[in-house]
Every structure is written in C-alpha cells, then in structure tokens.
Design a protein around this ligand. Structure first.
Ligand code: MSP
Length: 482
C-alpha cells in the first residue's frame, strides 16, 4: 500500500480592490485560515488560496477617481490587500492576482476548452447592468427609485452583441449533482435557494463585454473582454497551476472547501460547476456560503461609513481576540451582528478573565509552590474532548468547537478555586499541590493544542510557556483587561 498523504485545498473569494478590506472580508478569510491551520496541524498537505479580483469595471471606476492609471491602481491596491492579510497573520499559501500572466493564460486555455465543446455562442444582449454587482439585473430587482438596492445606483442600459455560455445545457446535470451530493452546497437553506434558481430562473449568461478596454481579451474575438465573473472564478484553477503545473493541479483539484458569502452563491453554485462540467473538470467537494453580518444592527456600507477596518481593530485588540470573537459569536452559516461592545464584553469575560487569568494564575502557582516543576505526564479524565473539538471543526461548527474547549478552561478555573493550592501550601501538603497543578497543566496543554487553529498566536505563547524546563508565568498578561 502506498502511504499517500491527505491533501486539503481551501479557497476564499478573491476580493475586489476598489476599496480596502473590511471586517466582512476578514471574516471569510479568518474561517479559511482556521481551517487551513487545522488541516496543517492534522498533517494534511494543505493549500490555502486567496487573491484579488482585478479585471472588474468597478476597479476601473475607482482608479479614475484617484486619477491613476488602472494598472498602477490595481498594483497598489493588490499589495494593500496582500499586506493586510500578511500583517494580520493569515497563512495563505498563494495570493493569486487575476491580472497576472499565469492567470490570463489559464483563462484563455479554459475558454478554449469550453468553446471547443460548443458551449459558447454569439447573441445579442439587452438589459440592465449594475457595475457595483458586476452583473445584469432585472427591473424587478430595482428599488422604488429604479436603483440597485445594494449599490443605490441606477444600472446602465446595455444593448450589445456578445458571447454567451450555454448554462441551461447543464441544468439537469447540475440538479442531479446537487441531489446526489448533499455536501456540495452548504448549508441546506442555500442549497434550496440554488435549486430553485436553477429550476426556475437560470438562463444562459453573457461571458463577454464589448467596448470594455480593461480585462482579459477573448481569445476568439479581441474586441471583447471576458466577463469578469467568468474570469474571476477561474482563479481557483490558475492559483494551483492549471495547465501550467499539472502535478500541483492534479494534487489539489478538486478543492475540498470553497468558502463564500451568501451574496455570491449563484456564481459559485450554478455558473461555476457548469463551467467545470463544460471543461470536463471535477467539481469542488463543498461550496459553503456563510451569512452576512451587520454592524451594530446596520448593513455595513460605504455610504453609512460604518465599515469596520480589521487593521484598525487589530490596533485595539490582539487579532486573535477578533478571530475568537467572530468564530465564537456567530454560528457559522448564520447572519450575525458585529458590535464593538460585544467584542469588548467577550474579550474581558472569555479571554482576559477565563483564559488569560487561568494561564497566569496556574503558572504563577506552579512557580511559587512547586518551584516550576509538575508531573507533565499525569493521567487524568479530561474535562473536555479534543476529539469533539475536532469533529466540530470538521463539520464547520466553530462556535461549538470553542465551547467544548472552554469546558476545559472553566473546569481548570473552578478546580483551582475548589482545591485552593494556597491553603494546601499553608498546611504543608506539597504532594497534593503538585498533583492539583499537574492536572491543571495537562488540561492547559490540551487547550493550547485545540486553540492552535483558532488563536494561533495565543496558542503558541501558551505552548512556549508550557514547554520551558522550569515553568514560570508570562511577564505580561495574555489579554490585558479593556
Ligand atoms: N470579487 C468577487 C468574488 C469573486 S470570487 C471568484 C466579490 N468580491 S467582494 O470583494 O465583493 O467580496 C465578497 C465577499 O466578501 C463575500 O462573499 C463575503 O465572503 C465577504 N463579505 C463582504 N461583506 C460581508 C459582510 N457584511 N458579512 C460577511 N461577509 C462579507 O464578490
């Protein structure tokens, strides 16, 4: 038998660069990072792809406002995005840009396959296009002022000859795949939305735009630019070397999990799988669409000026605390609300009081009463199950996973309270103190392990403290109260 390693390939959407990252983008990114770290910890050969969606008309408009050439603007902004994630400790393996030569090559090859399959045809399109959404929208989707409800702008009326992809040809195969593979679209309510879209509303879509100067040229007609969504979805292939690094591509495709927000399910759960079917490629195993969150109850938007900047937030709170908060507070898949007040409450209660204090206190007592030494191999009945934590991560129930770990944190705090090592010290029961603190030590060691994917920096700090020969408390609290 060959001892082949498991692989794990995870992606986030590639973000538009017409503005800075906000907490919504950070959310998807943090979840992907947590899963990537979990799989690396498990020993899987992991590939975590992120990147930027740069061939979009909205980037052209944003560049115009700054007076910069589009190419210069997207270069600058792509590095803002990349650097932001790096500074926040996001462990992506590759950052793909859709203006890169490698991506363009992959798009052209892919397009050619679909074209050769006979799935592209010329047609005339007349309709309303919203640049904010980068999609055609219907009259019925507009608000009472005739504007796109999400972007508060009147869509452009467009009538042009362009090329279409035969999406409807794949209707039956898509429905069959979704039925046979319930894990393909998650959570279930999104699957139901997609099924009803495919059955009742799905139409062929235009995959080229005439008169768009910015964007990848259509290999079969240079006058057209490839529609930005057709191009963008292909980052998931170009990012792992499609037609350019076959070994890598074969190793990682199909993706294990593609994370998206619920705003873009149509593209990822109908267009994307049909495009892959057309090109003869297998479909991703799971596309998971999480919910959206509001800020203090309001929709996050530029016009309201309430977009939370993750970089600013990371100046106030350790980024691990932001990760903890988002994963603990919002059941994954549901909509949620982000509020600084809630973050502060959870920070003080769960992190400063429960976890930070436990580490400080336990190590302080080990130092003071046991001269920095405990029995690190003591066998005890664990107050929480590492296995349960893992199972919850695998089923994307991050809040449950954290709740399970916190059983260990609460147990240890209470155990110290009840056993009162300071009184044992007074009565000279040294063996008993050592036993109590050894128990706490091994629970802490497991906590540090299970927290690694969620709060990597904190977990590493705890592991480091627990691995010194003579144990002593951290010089500063892990989470100073706010
Ligand atoms: N460029 C496209 C995606 C192409 S993928 C082939 C795009 N980019 S985006 O910059 O608008 O990012 C959208 C994604 O950001 C959402 O799908 C979601 O992952 C995340 N979020 C944006 N706002 C959000 C919230 N308010 N709440 C949660 N996630 C949010 O669409």
């Amino acid at each position: 038998m060959t001892d082949s390693k498991n692989t794990f390939y995870i992606t986030t959407p590639i973000y538009y660069v017409n503005g800075k990252p906000h907490i919504g983008h950070a959310y998807t990114t943090i979840v992907a990072d947590t899963l990537a770290r979990y799989h690396r910890q498990k020993g899987d050969e992991t590939f975590f792809l992120m990147g930027t969606d740069e061939n979009s008309q909205k980037n052209v408009e944003a560049a115009k406002k700054t007076g910069k050439e589009v190419g210069v603007y997207v270069d600058e902004m792509a590095s803002v995005w990349r650097e932001t994630w790096l500074n926040l400790g996001i462990s992506f393996d590759r950052f793909i840009r859709t203006t890169s030569a490698e991506h363009k090559k992959a798009v052209c090859e892919f397009y050619q396959r679909v074209y050769d399959k006979g799935d592209i045809y010329p047609g005339e399109y007349e309709g309303l296009y919203c640049v904010g959404c980068e999609k055609f929208i219907t009259e019925s989707e507009l608000d009472e002022n005739g504007e796109c409800p999400d972007h508060k702008k009147k869509p452009e009326a467009i009538k042009e000859r362009n090329y279409f992809f035969k999406l409807t040809k794949y209707r039956d195969r898509l429905l069959e795949h979704i039925e046979r593979h319930p894990e393909f679209i998650q959570p279930e309510k999104r699957r139901n939305e997609v099924v009803s879209y495919i059955k009742d509303f799905m139409e062929d879509f235009s995959i080229s735009r005439q008169a768009m100067e910015w964007g990848i040229r259509l290999p079969t007609d240079e006058k057209h630019a490839i529609y930005v969504w057709f191009d963008a979805l292909l980052n998931y292939l170009s990012g792992i070397g499609f037609v350019q690094d076959e070994i890598k591509f074969d190793k990682f495709w199909p993706a294990d999990i593609q994370l998206i927000g619920k705003d873009i399910i149509k593209f990822h759960c109908a267009y994307w799988p049909a495009m892959l079917m057309s090109a003869g490629l297998p479909l991703p195993k799971t596309v998971f669409a999480h919910g959206f969150f509001t800020v203090d109850g309001d929709k996050m938007s530029k016009s309201l000026g309430n977009a939370v900047d993750p970089v600013e937030l990371a100046k106030e709170y350790p980024f691990d605390a932001v990760r903890y908060f988002l994963l603990r507070e919002i059941p994954f898949g549901e909509d949620g609300d982000f509020s600084l007040k809630r973050l502060q409450e959870r920070y003080n209660a769960d992190l400063a009081n429960d976890l930070g204090n436990l580490v400080q206190r336990a190590l302080n007592m080990i130092d003071k009463y046991c001269d920095g030494s405990v029995d690190r191999d003591i066998k005890i009945d664990m107050p929480f199950s590492v296995e349960t934590v893992r199972l919850h991560i695998e089923s994307l129930k991050f809040d449950q996973s954290i709740i399970e770990t916190w059983k260990g944190v609460s147990w240890a705090n209470k155990y110290i309270e009840d056993a009162k090592p300071w009184e044992l010290h007074k009565s000279g029961e040294h063996e008993k103190i050592k036993e109590v603190l050894s128990r706490v030590y091994v629970v802490l060691a497991d906590i540090a392990e299970t927290l690694t994917p969620f709060m990597p920096e904190t977990a590493n700090k705890i592991k480091k403290l627990l691995s010194t020969e003579k144990l002593s408390p951290p010089s500063e609290p892990l989470f100073p109260r706010k």
